[in-house]
Design a binder for this molecule. Sequence first.
Ligand SMILES: Nc1ncnc2c1ncn2[C@@H]1O[C@H](COP(=O)(O)OP(=O)(O)OP(=O)(O)O)[C@@H](O)[C@H]1O
Length: 660
Amino acid sequence: METLTPRRHGLDNTTRPRLNRSKKVRVVAKIRGFTDLEAGPANWATVRKPQGDESDAVTVSFGDDQSSSRKESYKLDYCYEQNEGNEMIFAREVKPLIEGVFDGLNATVIAYGARGSGKTRVIQGSDKEPGLAVLAVAEILYRVEEIGRSISISVYEISQDHVYDLLDPKRPAVPVKSISEFEKLYLAGYISCKPMQKIANECTHRSHKGLIVHLSSPSETVPMCKMNFVDLAGYEDARRKSSEGLNLIESTKVNKSIYALLNVVYALNANENHVPYRESKLTRLLQDSLGGKSRILMLTCLNPSFCQDSAYMMSLASRSCQGVYRTVSETAKKTKSSTRPMVLSSPKMQLTGSVSTSRKPQMQFSIKKANGVATVIKQRKLFDEASHLTKSEKKSEKASFSSDIASAIGSSVQQEDSSPLRAINPQETIVLDKSSVSVVPVDTDSASDSSPLGAINPQETVVLDKEQAEENHGEVTPAINNSLRTLSEESQNIDKENFNSLINKDESPLISTQLQKISENLKSLMSSTPICIEFPPNNDTLSKVQALTDIEEPKTPIQSIGVSDRCELGDMNSPWEKLNMCGSEVKKSYVQNYLRLLNTGSKEQLKSLKGIGEKRASSILKLREESPEPFKELDDLKAIKLSAKQITKMMKMGVGDIFN
Ligand SMILES: Nc1ncnc2c1ncn2[C@@H]1O[C@H](COP(=O)(O)OP(=O)(O)OP(=O)(O)O)[C@@H](O)[C@H]1O
């Protein structure tokens, strides 16, 4: 890369921002240029820019008017197309942030998007085109020289929740005097093989990379200012890969930190009282450059060749503009799964593969142990990997947070109801598998945890993989207790007593029996997916979960979907009620696992199901090509020409088999 001079790159002080940049967060998109292997033009997205008033939002629409019955449109502050390069983004978006940095306001530029969507090319640049970070440092250096201040930089990487200093771990920041010096340090840090990679002897892992430019303070009374550039690891829907072990954990962590960041941006944009910085290492690290009077530029990178993950990222980007713009959806008459646009799909919990049939909590409690690391996370979650809702759940979620979720999952469902009612429903999934033991949430959607109102419906889901379920045959409770003990010992944040008592001894024989039956029945259905059983909640569990998660007792208990639709918490005292409760959970679990199989099973597995022959199996596979998860609820089976009556019959037969 040639040495930069501000003038050569149009960075002289006469280049002033044309737009009013008083907004705290700007969310823009960038459609990357084509690589040599790709051919243009991209026809999956239409960018509509406002005529005249540049402060109006830009609309990006997905789907083809002619062929698709449905079209999704998202509003953002701006969308840069292929022909609009880094220098233009710099002049319009980054330069105003630099102005702010010299006025004492921290700034953060974050590039995020699907894998290969051009994030690095935008932030770091290439031989032909300098990236935003390089252009910004050139500009800052030019200006500090004039006013006698100085800069230093830090370059770091976040991999698997560990932060690595890529320059000099002994020094918090390394002074930089010229752009060539900067490029040498920055690019060297960028391409170096990091500690994690060295250990694994390979350089292919995904990680977030960040640059902090520290601007010295002009006097003791004025604090030092920072400008951050973050190149997030690419989002990838892990369901499409048979991710296992480290890859799956890595993927899950990457995605989670993207959601965590978006949650923070949303909270900041919406001026919420609580901003969930503690959700991830990255947000904690950036906290002082995101909060307060800092300015943020969210740059959603889009792949010009259609990519589902890009579209999904776009829906999230638009979501983080909530409060400023709303997602626009144009839904045509047909709403069958077969016609769903790609962006409808929301990735589900990947780590455990567990299926939750109950309502989505707003605050989650998570205890995880993977690779020897145990952490406890309490999160509010607007953006979530498990943001899937059944139809009936959607109906019951007429509070405003329903529309939040719908937008977050890219759904066209638009709720105008802005009721302030929110619910809190902490859930836990206890996962036992050979490689790791973890207690993780049944990852679900959430809304603001600042609402004073809410329902608490704690449920525990025991997930065993098939083999283990077979091996255990009713040994669930001791196994869980062992896992919990390990977890309790490893985490200082967990009260061992409380945890062990989460398992209600009275229920274990029943659960064990159910587990055994389901295990046997689902054997034919499941190849690798786990089996899921849910414990009914009770008052004891409730208080324990509350104690552990620090969740305030709701002032007004509100019934939530699923278990508590039918009975008050604490009402389930009689064995008959408990049995009923388990029965309903078993049914739900069966349906969810059945749908999961339809969404993931091989053709042969599909054909082994009652009512599904060659033709239907082929049409299921075709639907899956169009949308990664075409079957979200039983109703969706109509897309493969099954009537409601046939579906009910199939389910009855299936559930009946449990008792054969
Ligand atoms: N504007 C562009 N014009 C042409 N090719 C581009 C452009 N931007 C990116 N590319 C190419 O696209 C590919 C992916 O780019 P890049 O590495 O920047 O993506 P990324 O989103 O950072 O990827 P990852 O998710 O793996 O970190 C590279 O081959 C790059 O050269």
